[in-house]
Design a protein around this ligand. Structure first.
Ligand code: BGC
Length: 767
């Protein structure tokens, strides 16, 4: 489509939804019609009053000034002979509206704009193209207000007002447009209310039983001018009252004004994260729950992975992680769907992406987001903390970024392409992203004074780890240690990627050796992390004081990174393994890890032959643990291990989400170790995989299946008395390497197989 036909409202005002309209006379029959549309802001398009699509939040969230998607809709069936009414409603959305925790509008533009091209093919072969130009008229709409964070006001009594003819928008015409790349966002399922609660404060609250992202559809027949106002919340407080302080400035308030007929309301230009709604204004004495439905929205990813077992709490944990993904995969991978963030935090995305790629087919979803990461990569190779990057400014021409590149967040640039390749076996993902991966590694190499260590930058560190003390955000592990470990890991992934693509990676192999040596000499002593390095040395970079002053060095996360990334000599393995167990014991048999250490912790315990301890952590219910939130009634993953503390009080209001998927990354251990299916890196896309289940009586059984590019893998095990039965289905184009009870490897080709072993012979290590 033509990238220049951008028009804008002659009387734009912030946060209101405007309609761009044109009536077109069609005098002869048509055989086909396609409508290509994009906007600055988010749009909904109609022909003769009918929506052209069931997809939401178009054109999606991208780095608009570098790539704005357009969508193409087949509208043949919506057009007839006679006068045709074309209408495109546009709201501020991500490009113009408030996004990010600072009061922050106008990131990409000062006003909304639209660009559309309707191509009609007539029966006689003629083609007519109708483009957006100054003949289009702009009207106010019934959606008087719409903002992601603040909700919407829909006033059915509003009389649309003509604001004038559209003007050309020469600024929007500088935005390069690209064909739609991502998955579309759609309504996916809906939930009935569980109950109506009259809280101790006397408020009317509806519980939908599930924390989620989407919106509530409300039906009502009242008097013209009656109002319904609802606000959203994820939890009730300790007294059972409605609680939404953790939404910060995001009011998530919906205001509906009735016109006296049968009305059905739902937002079109925003979504909310919630389990509960409060009826702030409701014109009826009785609440008929049948008039309310919670509609779940997320990107249209195909579900491919299933896991269930004989333990209800673990099933709930899996459910919570799955719903964390549903709630946070809305066009981009976000941290949370409710408060004034909902940003594409790169760290959260990389931590969870292995699990995500097992639950759903996320290839297309991430293809688009990685495109934005490439577009937003800094000239020096740095990758921002969020993608699309956000800048805090009232003037879109001066970008003051709200994040900085940092370790484990920017490493999403290497980790996510590699994870997608493992899961789906598509080398194109690696080709597309190889340069970005390389430039990120070069950034890590050049940042700070040392080539082979990454020192001195301010990082988010082992985010929310509990070893730094009560109410701290950054865990105790040295951030320089974490940074250099991730630098090493990223080089490793870059080399593996280059080798798949047939490139000469000798330069990076040298770099890897050098970083390995530097890491070990700087951060390790006697085969263990050096605990007090930071206390004796201070490193600074660019005048900024390093976070080295936080170093404690000898943490669970430090050992986990050394073991998981392979930063040890074989002879040190046992010492490291023993130290990890000792550190777990010191922490009363629990973990002290945050966003960085937690995703690898159970895998590392399995690697050191202590799956028994991994299971102990999995079944732990005291804080911090995965089941702590489950036993406290969670239906999604919490941001903090103890977002609700033991005494029923909440973590601080400034950062306490109940729908933050990062710790849901434990599911890749459930698929990969408990059920036992792990893809082989030389058989990416499950051309070959290992099957090494780790039964445990407390789970009783596991039913697991994975729809891979090669076909469906089914891996089950169950206890029956003293016997464990195993069932595996290997797709015909796959090979499974299974580990037998005697430790021997067996290769299975396509087919279904059953085995059984005596339970007592089966430690949780090997069948
Ligand atoms: C987000 C996190 C994110 C972090 C990093 C938070 O506000 O919600 O999930 O990764 O900031 O600084």
């Amino acid at each position: 489509m033509n990238s220049k036909n951008w028009i804008k409202n002659p009387k734009y005002s912030p946060a209101a939804v405007f309609a761009f309209c044109k009536n077109e006379l069609i005098s002869s029959p048509i055989i086909s019609a396609k409508w290509s549309i994009t906007s600055v802001g988010i749009y909904k398009a109609y022909i003769n009053g009918k929506s052209v699509t069931d997809t939401l939040l178009n054109p999606g969230y991208t780095v608009y000034d570098k790539r704005t998607q357009y969508q193409v809709f087949d509208v043949t069936d919506l057009l007839g002979v006679g006068e045709q009414k074309l209408r495109i409603e546009v709201a501020d959305g991500w490009a113009v509206g408030t996004v990010s925790f600072a009061p922050n509008r106008n990131a990409y533009a000062l006003n909304t704009a639209v660009n559309a091209e309707l191509e009609i093919t007539f029966s006689n072969g003629d083609i007519k193209t109708i483009v957006t130009d100054t003949s289009w008229q702009v009207f106010t709409t019934k959606t008087e207000f719409a903002e992601f964070y603040y909700g919407e006001t829909i006033n059915l009594l509003h009389t649309p007002k003509l604001l004038g003819n559209a003007l050309f928008d020469y600024f929007a015409a500088t935005f390069p447009i690209i064909e739609h790349e991502g998955e579309f966002v759609r309504e996916q399922e809906s939930l009935s209310p569980l109950s109506l609660i009259i809280t101790p404060k006397g408020e009317r609250v509806i519980d939908f039983g599930q924390n989620m992202a989407g919106y509530v559809e409300v039906k009502a027949k009242g008097k013209a001018g009656d109002r319904i106002v609802i606000t959203h919340a994820e939890v009730l407080d300790n007294d059972g009252n409605f609680y939404n302080d953790n939404y910060r400035q995001a009011t998530n308030r919906m205001t509906y004004i009735l016109d006296g007929s049968d009305n059905c309301f739902k937002p079109s230009f925003s979504f909310q994260g919630f389990r509960y709604i409060r009826l702030d204004e409701y014109p009826f004495d009785e609440v008929d729950l049948e008039q309310f439905r919670a509609i779940v929205i997320h990107s249209d990813m195909r579900r491919i992975g299933y896991f269930s077992c004989g333990n209800d709490k673990i099933n709930q944990l899996y459910h919570n992680a799955l719903w964390g993904q549903k709630s946070n995969y809305i066009d981009i991978p976000t941290d949370c769907p409710q408060r004034d963030e909902r940003l594409g935090w790169t760290g959260d995305a990389q931590v969870f992406c292995r699990t995500a790629a097992l639950n759903f087919d996320v290839k297309r979803f991430f293809k688009k987001w990685l495109g934005d990461m490439r577009a937003d990569q800094r000239d020096d190779g740095g990758v921002w903390g969020t993608i699309p990057a956000r800048f805090s400014t009232d003037d879109f021409s001066k970008k003051v970024y709200i994040t900085e590149p940092c370790a484990a967040w920017g490493d999403a640039a290497t980790i996510i392409p590699w994870e997608l390749y493992r899961a789906y076996g598509d080398t194109k993902i690696l080709e597309e992203n190889f340069e970005m991966m390389k430039r990120w590694v070069e950034f890590e190499r050049s940042d700070g004074d040392e080539e082979f260590l990454w020192l001195g930058r301010i990082h988010t560190g082992d985010w929310l780890a509990v070893d730094a003390g009560e109410d701290e955000y950054i865990g105790a592990t040295s951030t320089d240690f974490i940074a250099t470990a991730f630098f090493y890991h990223s080089i490793d992934l870059l080399i593996r990627t280059g080798e798949v693509l047939g490139k000469d990676m000798s330069e990076y192999k040298n770099l890897k050796d050098n970083v390995y040596a530097a890491f070990r000499s700087y951060f390790m002593e006697n085969g263990l992390p050096r605990p007090d390095r930071a206390l004796t040395e201070k490193v600074s970079s660019g005048g900024e004081e390093s976070k080295l002053s936080r170093d404690a060095g000898m943490t669970q996360t430090a050992i986990v990174l050394i073991l998981h990334f392979g930063l040890y000599e074989e002879k040190e393995f046992k010492g490291l393994a023993d130290k990890l167990i000792e550190l777990l014991d010191l922490f009363d048999g629990r973990m002290s890890t945050g966003f960085v250490g937690t995703p690898y912790l159970l895998h590392v315990l399995t690697k050191i032959g202590r799956t028994d301890i991994a299971y102990k952590l999995l079944f732990e219910e005291r804080n911090p643990s995965w089941l702590y939130s489950v036993t406290h009634g969670a239906t999604t993953m919490w941001e903090h291990w103890n977002s609700i503390k033991e005494d029923g009080s909440f973590w601080s209001t400034d950062m306490n989400s109940f729908n933050h998927y990062a710790y849901g990354s434990v599911c890749d251990w459930l698929y990969g170790v408990a059920a036992g299916i792990t893809v082989c890196e030389d058989g990416a896309g499950y051309r070959s995989f290992t099957w090494e289940p780790h039964p445990d009586r407390r789970l009783g059984h596991i039913n697991c299946s994975l729809n891979t590019p090669c076909g469906e893998i089914i891996a089950n095990w169950y206890y029956s008395g003293d016997v464990i039965h195993y069932e595996i289905t290997v797709p015909s184009s796959s090979t499974a390497k299974i580990t037998l009870p005697n430790g021997k490897l067996k290769i299975l080709n396509g087919g279904s197989y059953r085995f059984a072993t005596a339970a007592e012979k089966c430690s949780t290590k090997l069948i």
